[in-house]
Design a protein around this ligand. Sequence first.
Ligand code: ARG
Length: 264
Amino acid sequence: MCEPRHFAVEYAINPWMDPTKPASAERAVEQWKKLRDTYRSLGHTVEEIAPVPGLPDMVFAANSGTVVDGRVLGSRFRAPQRAAEADHFRRWFVEHGYRDIVMPAQINEAEGDFAWTGQVLLAGTGFRTDPAAHAEAQEVLGVPVVSLRLTDPRYYHLDTALFVLAEATESRPAHIAYYPEAFSAGSRRVLARLFPDAVLADTADAESFGLNAVSDGRNVVLPVEATGLADRLAAHGYEPVFVDISELRKAGGGPKCCTLEIRK
Ligand code: ARG
């Protein structure tokens, strides 16, 4: 995670961002610290990267890399305003002992568009990550990739429209939640075929950034506004854990965007 000390909305690269509206780094830091402490109180280890002045979106660490079995595929941002983040994150991985690091040739916004189910890497495209990055991820990480097409600009990253509730194990398939309307007709059919038991989100869930959630298989950290989705997750046996991330939403982000999940 990356503390939003230099957070601001200075440019608009997604429909949620409005640089004419005020955004407070101080409030963002307060909310972010609660998110970090929530993970710690749930027993997870949180590592941090130092924020860099002039990179207001660096708080969205999910866009920094994709780690599967200790292998790291770095990122390459579509927006020039975020391009410099990729190398800061690459250095973090180097300094933290990762040896198997590949920087991508194709535009690749990492876990913004990649979701690991324990079996396959679900990969979004349409707004940010280039479809050619999907094949690159498959080759570099050595995992099967399933391409999905996003069609609604408000859901510009896969992690705004889908998340993994529980990774696949030997005895059961992965369980996911998603908002079908964010996907092309073909991708909806792919998702229905692969995940017939998925939790389907509605427009209210998606608009409150409810799909931008982080699950450890039991606890689901999600925005406090996503009450409808939380009720349905609870009915499926999950434990919703609410966080207020309203300041970071002004940049189009939620809990998941702030969180890169590292699988050692
Ligand atoms: N302002 C950032 C951008 O548009 C938000 C990134 C959110 N990250 C995410 N994983 N969805 O790039």
